[in-house]
Design a protein around this ligand. Structure first.
Ligand code: HMG
Ligand code: MG
Length: 306
């Protein structure tokens, strides 16, 4: 077993973390969150989505948020774009990367993006061509790779099939997502090993929601088979409007605590992440879902009091 020495993390808090908030989060708060994440060393930041504001009202301010974010050298700012309308918005807003997002289950594809898997690939094909023509990085996400809220079990063959079709579109990276956080380590290894047979494992990332508390274990399982790219969300914020009951993504602070504890580099400043997690949780009136974030903040408070 040889673990990676460095892991690439994409921070998805501003997008996946906030898309499901019932109360509108002001654009200024989102911009401040992005600024703080960049200050903490984040170099891949999924900022927002160019999707229908009727479907996901919280992301309606996508262009405004992108316009307000500083752009230090070496930062990749990304946005979700399910179709050409979304792509055009993302391009105009100056993103570095667009994210097309499909599913391994038909039921989730219909609920989330209102079309079949086959139709989604055709919509993505034009987005992929446009991304390449404009020199943008292209990432894809595959939802429900470990289970579907509507269909239940999802065959590994379905995940492999979608990954292969997205790979054929020329994606630079493909994220394999446990949308509802049901996966356990053995199944996760089996799914990632299977997709690694049709697409380079070095360009596959793991996206784990933490509903059943398995996300950190699933990340370790991935590390053991050579996956070195993950998405995470500050303070464990998040959820998908079309996956009711699913909690947030694995918390960035928890992933960084794990990785740094194992001597694996991330380029991120854990102390600043802890501050940022505390700050955004307070700003939107949420309990911080990061175990490491809360523990480190509490330890500091004791040190200050003592
Ligand atoms: P549709 O209704 O089938 O689209 O929605 P349409 O092309 O028929 O257009 C209908 C209306 O939407 C039109 O407006 C379009 O202009 C507008 P109207 O004429 O009615 O006023 N429209 C758009 N507006 C803004 N931006 C766009 C856009 N496209 C059409 N890009 C669509 C199809 C995909 C747009 C819709 O289903 C949608 O927006 N879905 C939202 C999906 C979403 O954001 N889900 C959450 C993110 S995915 C996720 O969280 C999973 C992930 O984290 C991985 C994991 O955990 O699994 C990535
Ligand atoms: Mg997600």
């Amino acid at each position: 077993m040889s673990l990676p020495t460095r892991v690439h993390l994409t921070e998805v808090g501003p997008r996946d973390g906030l898309q499901n908030e019932a109360q509108p989060v002001p654009a200024a708060t989102k911009i401040e969150l992005c600024r703080r994440l960049l200050d903490a060393g984040v170099r891949a930041l999924e900022v927002t989505s160019f999707v229908s504001p009727k479907w996901v009202p919280q992301m309606a301010d996508a262009a405004e948020v992108l316009a307000g974010i500083p752009r230090p050298a070496g930062v990749t700012l990304s946005a979700l774009a399910p179709n050409m309308k979304g792509f055009e918005g993302a391009l105009a807003a100056g993103v570095d990367e667009v994210v097309i997002f499909g599913a391994a289950s038909e039921a989730f594809s219909q609920k989330n993006i209102n079309c079949s898997i086959a139709e989604s690939i055709e919509r993505f094909r034009v987005v992929a061509e446009a991304a390449k023509a404009n020199g943008l990085r292209l990432r894809a996400a595959v939802s429900t790779a470990l289970g579907c809220p509507y269909q239940g079990e999802v065959p590994i063959a379905s995940v492999v099939d979608v990954v292969q079709r997205l790979g054929d579109l020329g994606c630079d990276e493909i994220g394999v997502a446990d949308t509802i956080g049901v996966g356990t380590a053995g199944r996760v290894k089996a799914v990632f090993e299977a997709v690694g047979a049709v697409y380079p494992l070095a360009r596959i990332s793991g996206h784990f929601h933490d509903t059943y508390g398995q996300a950190i274990a699933n990340i370790l399982a991935c590390l053991e088979i050579g996956v070195a790219r993950f998405d995470s969300s500050i303070a464990g914020l998040g959820g998908c409007p079309y996956a009711k009951g699913a909690t947030g993504n694995v918390a960035t602070e928890d992933v960084v605590y794990l990785l740094h504890g194992m001597g694996i580099e991330t380029g991120l400043d854990l102390d600043r992440l802890v501050d940022t997690g505390q700050w955004i949780s307070q700003a939107i009136g949420r309990v911080n879902s990061s175990r490491a974030g809360k523990a480190l903040a509490a330890k500091r408070a004791v040190a200050v009091a003592g």
